[in-house]
Ligand binder design. Structure first.
Ligand code: LRH
Ligand code: MN
Ligand code: MN
Length: 429
């Protein structure tokens, strides 16, 4: 096991930056107080904010064409948890890990013990019926929960119930279901019958939810199916969550929409009807690119958080969306990318907390379009880095996590212990 970075090493990395940070924080605090904002209150919110790391994100994902593994690729879930712990120690922003079964299958007692020893807990479980596990009796080539064959559907239901069992044993309280079911040719699949079969199967999964659990259904417009997809957009997802019942909610993966779709508005709609379950944060330019959160369009991420903070301040009943990352890394060290993304999500949240909501409401009422949009821009343009860094410092994390990570030599250490992974074909979707 690699030596995790110690509090002393983090303190040593922080020492040369501390005085500057304190000055920057005080200056920003003064500027914000002129706007009627208490910087310490914003910092407290950020300190309490966490986003889950996807276990699959700490490995090199690859594309449909190739995978170029980096040094020190995790060999399995226990190595992945070590990497996740590194991310959390340096950022104090990722206290939980979201597992994918069967990729992360292991004895639940061992999973729980390992995570506990690293100070981590588990977020939503993710089932996988979009690929065939070795030795699996029936194939998902033509679908899973919506398959025409009842036996395949039953196998997929059983897998989801199994994920719930594992989740229950390790302290998770949610199951995320994304299926790749769909068709490649017009006429290949009967749209309504496929959806009905999916709903029937999901009713069985829903019936297996333990007390206090939530079920997240995740939509995605296309891929791997290229003509039609069973759970293709937020509208269908909303209908599904409504059909299933009060424990079912929609999960919004930012990369799963048509180009130009107004994602923040979808978020607002789902909030309005009490069906927003949570997020898979990432960024994209073309499709489900799974790029680092906020790396392409940070303003969109901010606009999503603008809706979330608006709902939180309005005291929307039972509002508790799950925040998770879902990324795939091909050209960066995954630990660095995940740290950067967690901080981008925090940044979007902090900026959204700075929006002058009374002013915005006034401009909206008065139809003052320019001042309304300027109100959002004023918040977005504020450099909140001192708030994020101070929250990290006070929690024993790094002022500059990327620099501290590079200085730690962690990647070289794990590369010495973990055998080099072989390059190969396509990765995850
Ligand atoms: C599908 C998806 C879904 C899967 C993950 C690996 O594209 O976003 O969340 O579980 O990728
Ligand atoms: Mn996703
Ligand atoms: Mn995806």
């Amino acid at each position: 096991m690699p030596a995790p970075i110690t509090p002393d090493a983090i303190a040593a990395a922080n020492a040369p930056h501390e005085a500057d940070l304190k000055r920057d924080y005080a200056t920003l605090g003064e500027r914000l107080s002129r706007r009627g904002i208490d910087i310490d209150a914003v910092k407290a919110k950020i300190a309490a904010f966490g986003v889950a790391v996807p276990s699959w994100g700490v490995g090199t994902g690859g594309t449909r064409f190739a995978r170029f593994p980096g040094p020190g690729e995790p060999r399995g879930i226990f190595d992945k948890l070590d990497d996740c712990a590194m991310i959390h120690r340096l950022t104090a922003a990722t206290p939980t890990v979201s597992l994918h079964i069967p990729w992360d299958r292991a004895d639940p007692a061992d999973l729980k013990a390992k995570a506990g020893s690293l100070g981590l807990a588990f977020d939503a479980m993710n089932s996988n019926t979009f690929s065939d596990a070795p030795g699996q009796p029936l194939s998902y080539k033509f679908g899973s929960l919506s398959h025409t064959d009842k036996a395949v559907r039953a196998q997929a239901v059983e897998h989801n119930l199994d994920c719930i069992e594992i989740g229950r044993a390790i302290g998770s309280t949610a199951l995320t279901v994304w299926i790749g079911d769909g068709s490649n040719f017009p006429g290949q699949s009967h749209f309504s019958k496929a959806l009905d079969r999916y709903l029937d199967a999901m009713r069985e999964v829903y019936a297996g939810l333990p007390e206090g659990w939530r079920l997240f259904t995740e939509h995605k417009m296309y891929e791997p199916a290229f003509y039609s997809t069973v759970v293709q957009d937020w509208g269908t997802n909303y209908l599904i969550a409504s059909e299933l019942g009060p424990k079912a909610f929609c999960l919004v993966d930012l990369g799963h929409h048509a180009p130009n779709v107004n994602i923040e508005m979808i978020v607002a709609r789902l909030i309005r009807f009490g069906k927003l379950g949570g997020f898979h944060f990432n960024d994209s330019r073309y499709g489900d690119d799974d790029l680092d959160a906020g790396s392409v369009d940070p303003y969109r991420l901010f606009l999503v958080f603008n809706e979330l903070i608006d709902a939180e301040l309005a005291g929307t009943d039972g509002f508790a969306p799950a925040h998770m990352l879902d990324q795939s890394h091909n050209v960066t060290d995954p630990i660095e990318s995940l740290m950067a993304s967690a901080m981008e999500v925090q940044r979007a949240c902090a900026c959204a907390l700075l929006v002058d909501r009374a002013a915005l409401a006034g401009f909206q009422e008065a139809n003052d379009a320019l001042m309304a949009t300027t109100t959002l821009k004023t918040a977005f343009r504020t450099d909140v880095e001192p708030i994020l860094a101070m929250a990290r410092l006070e929690k024993g994390a790094a002022i500059d996590p990327l620099a501290a990570y590079r200085a730690s030599g962690y990647r070289a250490k794990v590369a010495a212990e973990r055998p080099a992974a072989s390059a190969g074909g396509g990765g995850i979707v």
